[in-house]
Every structure is written in structure tokens, then in C-alpha cells.
Design a protein around this ligand. Structure first.
Ligand SMILES: Nc1nc2c(ncn2[C@@H]2O[C@H](COP(=O)(O)OP(=O)(O)O)[C@@H](O)[C@H]2O)c(=O)[nH]1
Ligand SMILES: [Mg+2]
Length: 383
């Protein structure tokens, strides 16, 4: 995997908190460099390993190292877990590969549906009049998708996974939609909505999947590792995953990030060795799904404040992932201004200055200035 550590990406330490930049064995998820004109930096992170070293022996005796992945929804928590499975799981992502076939179908349909909604909301005309009939097909999709989106929650849970896998009707619906999906995605009107409307709630993986509709629609389609990394399934509650790395058991917990699921986190807060706190840097210009008046990154900051200062985490290592730097860079390149959403920001609208600013915003949340926060700028979907 590639890693762009804070310092490698040009971001200096901005407070007394440490920015760790040494390689190590546990987390080698791929992290792309932020600068589009620069080759991705190659390195491997030992943030977790270093932070856990002192505890290792004791934990080995007591039943493993406990690590929580926390953060708001859609920041990349489950994606990091998938990366860990690819690296350290005995069967990679094979156990869930078939389930993800349907998840990918749903993701494609949701992506085009979100774009059509954006088209209608912004009164953008379609380029080709004959595509109007496809819009009608899409309007029939909405109630059905709502139903399927409920069953798609928590695919890790075998019972729910079975529900999705049994849903032959959903695959049939997807195949029926393929011509409409393709025609609309190629329409300049939809492309304009995709390229300009940052406020519409379209998944980060929309383009990835919509560009690949032909492949996904093949009868023998089996999701690749990349497809699974890109696929989005809402995580329900908390799930535990055990990895054996160098004869040490790591118990890693992935949680549902939505506000309504956060009440389930606290029972897992005892005896935690490290917390990976996920944030999506790219969310700086997006409203929260649950509370449209609240900026997503502001919500991330508030939640980080709660977690970093939590009394049960006084001696717990904090690993902060400022994720989705690829989307963040793309937004900056498209001219989206950070100062429009964070008026206190007065610096240049380039990657270096804005990431220094955001990193500082996070580190500032820690009341204990001596607390170690290992910060990484990440792109979690690179395999
Ligand atoms: N472009 C991009 N997409 C990402 C990145 N990390 C995660 N995603 C995508 O964002 C979506 C939400 O990720 P997920 O791990 O389910 O978030 P969670 O709700 O925090 O568990 C998925 O479609 C992922 O493929 C990233 O670094 N870059
Ligand atoms: Mg998740």
C-alpha cells in the first residue's frame, strides 16, 4: 500500500501533538499521495504498531489488542477494515464477494438516482430529448430502491446478507435498468450535474461504478477487490473482527457511524489500546445527511472532540485518518473554496495550506496537549 504521511505530503507538525511518519506492519492500507502531479508516495505506516508496542506483551497474555475504528458515517471506516482483511485476513474479501454483487448493483442504481434527483433539483436540461423516457424509468425506481436500501444495511451480518443474496428481483430490476442508466450517464446534462453539483448527495464511488456498468451487468459478474473497496453498505451497530498478526491477536471493531448508532459505541470503550478516528476531508463542503444545516467536517470535529477527550481514552492512542484526499484534491482543483465553508480560513486554496489548516483544527480539539495523535492523510480505496 501507499502511504502519504502528513509530513511527506508537505504538512508540518502544527501543534505539540506528534505526527507519526514511520513505517510498520499492522496498517499497510494503501494511501495515495495528495498531489495530482506527483507520483504517489510509497511508504508503510507503523502508526498503530508503534502506539501499541508497550501494551503488546500484556495484551498478548490477556487476549489480544483491542482497536476501535470510530467516526461519522461515510468516512471510510469499513473500507479500512476491508483493507485489513485483504492484508491479514485468511481469505481476503472472498467471504463477502458474492454478497457484494448485489451491493454493487444497488450502488449503481443509487448513484444514477442521486444524479437524476440533482438534475431535477437544479433544473438542468438533458442534452438528448430521447433520454426523457429514461427519467420516467428512474422515477419508478425510487420506491423500490428504498425497500432494498433497508435490506442492504449491514451486509456483514449473515442474516442480512442472505436477504440481499436472495433478492433475485433486485438483480432483474438492475439488468432492466441498464440501458437507461447508460444513456443517462452519457448525457451531458447528467455529466454537468456530476461535475458541478458538490452539494448533491452522490456517492464518491458513483463514477467508478457508472463507468463500469457493462462489466457489472455481465451474467458472470463477480466483484473484484477494487469493486468491494468502492462499494458502500451502511454498517449497522458494531461488528468485531479478529486478525492474527505476528502471533498477536488484534480485535478490531467497526461501528455504524450514523448519529442514531453512536449510542452503541460506549460499551466497547473499556480497555481500548488504540482508536482509529476516521474523517473524510472531502466533506468540507457537504451538509450532514441527518442534519442538513450542519457541515459534515464540523460534525467530524465535534465528534473527534468527544472521542479524543473521553475519560476512558485518557491513555489510548489516537490515530487520526484524514481520509478521501483524492476527492478533496479533486474538489480543490475544480475551484471549490474552503473559505466558503470555513469562513475563518484566510489562506490559499491549495492542498498544502488547506490540509495544514484542517489538521490543526482537529489537533486543537484535544484538551490534553501532550496527547499523541498520529495523523495520516489517506486514500483508503486504493488496493
Ligand atoms: N474516493 C474515495 N472513496 C472512499 C475513500 N474511503 C472510502 N471511500 C468510499 O466511501 C464510501 C463509504 O465508505 P465506508 O467505508 O462504507 O464508510 P463508513 O460509513 O465510515 O464505514 C464507500 O463507497 C467507499 O468506497 C477514499 O479515500 N476515497
Ligand atoms: Mg461502515
Amino acid at each position: 500500500m501507499e502511504l502519504s504521511t502528513a509530513t511527506e505530503s508537505g504538512v508540518p507538525e502544527t501543534s505539540s501533538h506528534r505526527v507519526d511518519q514511520n513505517p510498520g506492519p499492522l496498517l499497510t492500507a494503501q494511501f495515495a499521495n495528495n498531489r495530482s502531479d506527483q507520483k504517489k508516495a510509497k511508504a508503510v505506516s507503523d502508526a498503530i504498531d508503534r502506539s501499541l508496542k508497550a501494551d503488546k506483551e500484556r495484551q498478548q497474555r490477556e487476549g489480544g489488542i483491542k482497536l476501535l475504528i470510530l467516526g461519522p458515517s461515510e468516512t471510510g471506516k469499513t473500507t479500512v477494515l476491508k483493507q485489513l482483511k485483504l492484508l491479514y485476513g485468511t481469505q481476503g474479501l472472498d467471504a463477502e464477494r458474492q454478497t457484494y454483487r448485489r451491493v454493487v448493483h444497488l450502488n449503481v442504481m443509487k448513484a444514477i438516482q442521486a444524479l437524476v434527483e440533482g438534475l431535477q433539483r437544479t433544473n438542468t436540461p438533458l442534452q438528448r430529448a430521447e433520454n426523457l423516457e429514461h427519467l420516467e424509468v428512474m422515477s419508478r425506481l425510487e420506491p423500490t430502491l428504498k425497500r432494498y436500501s433497508i435490506t442492504s444495511i449491514g451486509a456483514i451480518n449473515p442474516a442480512v446478507a442472505r436477504k440481499i443474496t436472495d433478492a433475485k428481483a433486485e438483480t432483474d430490476m438492475f439488468l432492466e435498468m441498464v440501458p437507461a442508466i447508460k444513456a443517462l450517464w452519457e448525457d451531458a446534462g447528467i455529466q454537468a450535474v456530476y461535475n458541478t453539483a458538490t452539494q448533491i448527495n452522490v456517492q464518491d464511488s458513483a463514477k467508478y461504478f457508472l463507468d463500469a456498468v457493462d462489466r457489472i451487468a455481465e451474467p458472470e459478474y463477480v466483484p473484484t477487490d477494487d469493486d468491494i473497496l468502492q462499494a458502500r453498505v451502511r454498517t449497522l451497530a458494531v461488528s468485531e473482527h479478529i486478525f492474527n498478526i505476528d502471533n498477536v491477536a488484534y480485535r478490531i471493531f467497526d461501528v455504524g457511524g450514523q448519529k442514531s448508532f453512536r449510542k452503541y459505541w460506549a460499551p466497547y470503550f473499556d480497555d481500548v489500546n488504540a482508536v482509529i478516528f476516521m474523517t473524510a476531508l472531502s466533506a468540507y463542503d457537504q451538509p450532514c445527511e441527518e442534519d442538513p444545516k450542519l457541515n459534515r467536517l464540523q460534525e467530524c470535529l465535534a465528534l473527534f472532540n468527544e472521542i479524543a477527550n473521553h475519560k476512558l481514552f485518557t491513555s489510548t492512542s489516537m490515530i487520526l485518518f484524514l481520509n478521501k484526499i483524492d476527492v478533496f484534491q479533486r474538489k480543490l482543483d475544480a475551484g471549490s473554496l474552503v473559505s466558503k465553508h470555513f469562513p475563518e480560513y484566510r489562506g490559499a486554496n491549495d492542498y498544502f495550506s488547506t490540509t495544514v489548516f484542517f489538521q490543526y483544527q482537529f489537533l486543537q480539539q484535544c484538551k490534553d496537549l501532550q496527547k499523541q495523535v498520529y495523523t495520516h492523510f489517506t486514500h483508503a480505496t486504493v488496493s
